[in-house]
Design a protein around this ligand. Structure first.
Ligand code: ATP
Length: 351
């Protein structure tokens, strides 16, 4: 299958006097699993609809492969969309639902049957071929919707919160399946979600959106480890933020005490520490920053424990993995030594 990328240049869109997109530029590589991540109202669905041709931008342009499609109608773009609501025909069976688009394209019956059978096999739903859509579970319906969107081999598959109606377990299973499907097909996928775990699990790269703009683009690990702004740090997981009150080279003063960084501190900047990078161990580790802390809250999360610590009157979170037979973990009210390595303290740009 041919792999096709997408270029979005200077896209703006307002509804009345309300701007939904304030100038978005993005390059999605051919064969990439790319995610638009952001809270409700940040403009991600509007951007997806513009790529699909379901909405016209006020300015800017869209190229799919080497062709500009900005003013092309939706049906001439080699793009399909999977929505949160599966939008299947309830009275048609699975095979007819999946083959519907091919029928509209007047693909002959034998070819249609071959491609539908292949796709049902590929999505592990061949056994459901004769079942009516209304007789399927939510997870099965979403597999059928995915098969229907992929059967006519789009250059780009757009996914608008496709898993958000499913329960947590099924959602996790389908996320893995979606990722494997994309890897096997090599089709460019663009996913819209407000769920950071989903974005981290699935994506090659993520664009974090904020009020109609792209705030940062990067691979999951890059965004999680080195967010540029407090907004991105916060959106991609739990974070502890500390303001730099004064700086002397790499040594800075913060509300929890002095800290050594790996680069020069900037007065007024925010420092970010992920909770799992804060170690709670009685013995000070060499080269680490150390703080006296009191455990205010201890929440059992199964594979880990989440702590709320009081450090010099500031509340900080720490997440400690269970090591099974290891030493006992601190209880509420205990005094502990919280430690963080300088390379785990990230200096963010001021907002
Ligand atoms: P959600 O996850 O809730 O769908 P989103 O990030 O996808 O949010 P959009 O749906 O793109 O955000 O909406 C961006 C902004 O544009 C919002 O302020 C929304 O109210 C507004 N908007 C979207 N569609 C329309 C419309 N058809 N008419 C008027 N305003 C709209």
């Amino acid at each position: 299958m041919q792999r096709v990328g997408l270029e979005i240049v200077g896209i703006t869109k307002s509804y009345g006097d309300q701007p939904a997109l304030r100038g978005v530029d993005l390059d999605v590589q051919a064969g990439e699993f790319f995610t638009l991540l952001g809270p409700s109202g940040c403009g991600k669905t509007t951007l997806l609809r513009i790529v699909a041709g379901l909405e016209q931008p006020d300015s800017g342009h869209i190229n799919i492969g080497d062709r500009e499609v900005t003013h092309e109608p939706a049906h001439t773009r080699r793009v399909n969309t999977v929505f949160q609501s599966y939008a299947l025909f309830p009275h048609l069976n699975v095979a007819d639902n999946v083959g519907f688009g091919l029928r509209m394209l007047r693909v002959n019956k034998a070819e249609r049957q071959r491609r539908v059978a292949e796709m049902l096999e590929f999505m592990h739903i061949a056994a459901l071929a004769e079942r009516r859509a209304e007789q399927l579970s939510g997870g099965q319906q979403q597999r059928v919707a995915l098969a229907r969107a992929l059967v006519n081999e789009p250059d780009i598959l757009l996914l608008d919160e496709p898993l958000s109606a499913l329960d947590a377990k099924l959602r996790g299973d389908l996320q893995l399946e979606l990722k494997r499907t994309q890897r096997r097909l090599g089709t460019t996928f663009i996913l819209v979600t407000h769920d950071q775990h989903e974005a981290l699990t699935l994506s090659d790269r993520i664009a974090v959106m904020h009020e109609g703009r792209v705030e940062q683009i990067g691979a999951p690990a890059e965004l999680y480890e080195t967010p540029r702004t407090p907004y991105v740090a916060d959106f991609l997981g739990l974070s502890n933020c500390l303001k730099v009150l004064s700086a002397d080279g790499r040594k800075v003063e913060t509300p929890v005490g002095s800290l050594l960084l790996t680069s020069e501190g900037a007065v007024g900047a925010q420092l970010m520490i992920r909770p799992e990078r804060l170690k709670l161990e009685p013995e000070p580790r060499p080269e680490y920053n150390h703080f006296d802390a009191t455990v205010r809250e201890r929440i059992y999360l199964g594979s880990s424990i989440r702590y709320t610590l009081d450090i010099a009157g500031q509340s900080m979170s720490a997440i400690v993995a269970h090591e099974g037979h290891g030493r006992p973990l601190p209880e509420e009210g205990e005094r502990v030594l919280a430690q963080v390595h300088p390379s785990d303290v990230v200096q963010l740009a001021a907002e």
